[in-house]
Design a protein around this ligand. Structure first.
Ligand SMILES: Cc1cc2nc3c(=O)[nH]c(=O)nc-3n(C[C@H](O)[C@H](O)[C@H](O)COP(=O)(O)O)c2cc1C
Ligand SMILES: CCCCCCC(=O)C(=O)O
Length: 350
């Protein structure tokens, strides 16, 4: 459940969406424990403000691989935006660009990456778009997707590594929702080698660090790994030359017994030791959640479902409202905290 100032947009989205599509967006894996924990974990945390710091006006730009964002609040990759709004990923891209932040556009987008990046650049010619991908068992397919992202001008690749198989989503199973409706397609998967039409995205348990290394050799783009929870995996990623990590349990849609992303963040941040940026997503619903994540060592955060609610409720304007609200709340909280956010300011409410 979305709380705070964004609750109304969530309610509006629920009213407007086909209930099957609403449940696809809202739902999680298994008993939805990880999904609920992502939000609950923030409720268990509080911030100790510092005082008398003589602050200047809050400016919160952040340097990221291939992007300088004006805010540490990014759009996380989510699939199938045209199920939420006819403009789909084009609206999301325009809103992210207007907010001066990075859109991580999904491989499972319903608009091809070239058009998505073009829409962002029409708003701001320096807009940064990253491309999220699932490494495919056939290296030729992965390579073709990478070239499409490069040709579109994407400035980084985000490889999602938490999905050796697709999570079991009870809501989708109950609705019999297994395929996109007619007229919708995962457009990045169109006309790939060896497949006329739209190829399926494959999730493959044979994918290993060897595939990540092969990807690194394939491209000059910075590569971030998304879905890291274990500090040892974070160390392997740093040693393997990754440009950044996203601490994430995939919004509670993969391993249901996974911890809340915010609870996993401190150990990952410690293992990385500032060598590369560490992002986190999962359960970010308020500016204070952003502040807590940054205090615990995140460079920036990703926002998933709230962006989808904004998109469903009001298209581009709705996504802008989500990003602007979170940014405004975050800057306010940061100022009230004395303009600094550090680990020793985070305390437990219990
Ligand atoms: C409907 C939906 C689709 C998603 N699709 C993808 C995807 O294609 N690739 C990916 O890496 N993550 C995907 N995610 C996970 C998000 O990138 C992100 O990790 C998650 O939504 C963050 O949690 P939040 O929704 O609580 O903000 C998806 C999440 C949702 C809710
Ligand atoms: C086999 C289709 C893959 C779509 C991926 C969407 C996704 O990651 C999700 O959580 O949903």
């Amino acid at each position: 459940m979305t709380g705070g100032a964004l609750a109304e947009l969530h309610d509006r989205a629920r009213e407007l969406l086909d209930p099957v599509h609403y449940d696809y967006f809202a739902g999680g894996a298994g008993e939805e424990t990880a999904l609920a924990e992502n939000e609950r974990a923030f409720q268990r945390l509080a911030l100790l403000p510092r005082v008398l710091r003589g602050q200047s006006r809050p400016a919160t730009p952040v340097q990221l691989p291939g992007a300088r964002a004006s805010t540490p609040i990014l759009v996380a990759p989510t699939a199938f935006h045209r199920l939420a709004h006819p403009d789909g990923e084009l609206a999301t891209a325009r809103a992210a660009a207007a907010a001066g932040t990075v859109l991580v556009s999904g491989m499972a987008a319903t608009v091809a990456i070239g058009e998505v990046a073009g829409a962002a650049r029409e708003v701001d010619r320096n807009a940064a778009v990253w491309f999220q991908l699932y490494l495919q068992p056939d290296a030729k397919i992965t390579e073709c997707l990478v070239r499409r992202a490069e040709d579109a001008g994407c400035s980084a690749l985000v490889v999602t590594v938490d999905s050796p198989v697709f999570g079991r989503h009870g809501r989708d199973h109950r609705h019999g929702f297994h395929d996109l409706p007619p007229g919708f397609a995962a457009e990045n998967m169109r006309d790939l080698p060896g497949s006329p039409g739209v190829r399926d995205i494959e999730m493959c348990q044979e994918i290993s660090w060897r595939y990540v290394e092969a990807l690194r050799r394939m491209t000059g783009l910075p590569v971030l790994l998304k879905g890291i929870l274990h500090p040892e995996d974070a160390k392997i990623a740093v040693d393997g030359g990754m440009a950044g990590l996203v601490v994430s349990n995939h919004g509670g849609r993969q391993l249901d017994v996974a911890p809340a992303a915010i609870d996993a963040l401190p150990r990952v941040a410690e293992a990385v030791g500032g060598r590369i940026p560490v992002l986190v997503d999962g359960g970010i619903r308020r500016g204070s959640d952003v502040a807590i994540a940054l205090a615990l060592g995140a460079t920036a955060v990703g926002v998933g479902r709230p962006v989808l609610w904004g998109l469903a409720a009001a298209g581009e304007a709705g996504v802008r409202q989500v990003l602007e609200t979170l940014r405004d709340e975050y800057e306010h909280v940061r100022t009230l905290c004395g303009g600094v956010l550090a680990g020793d300011q985070v305390v437990s409410r219990c």
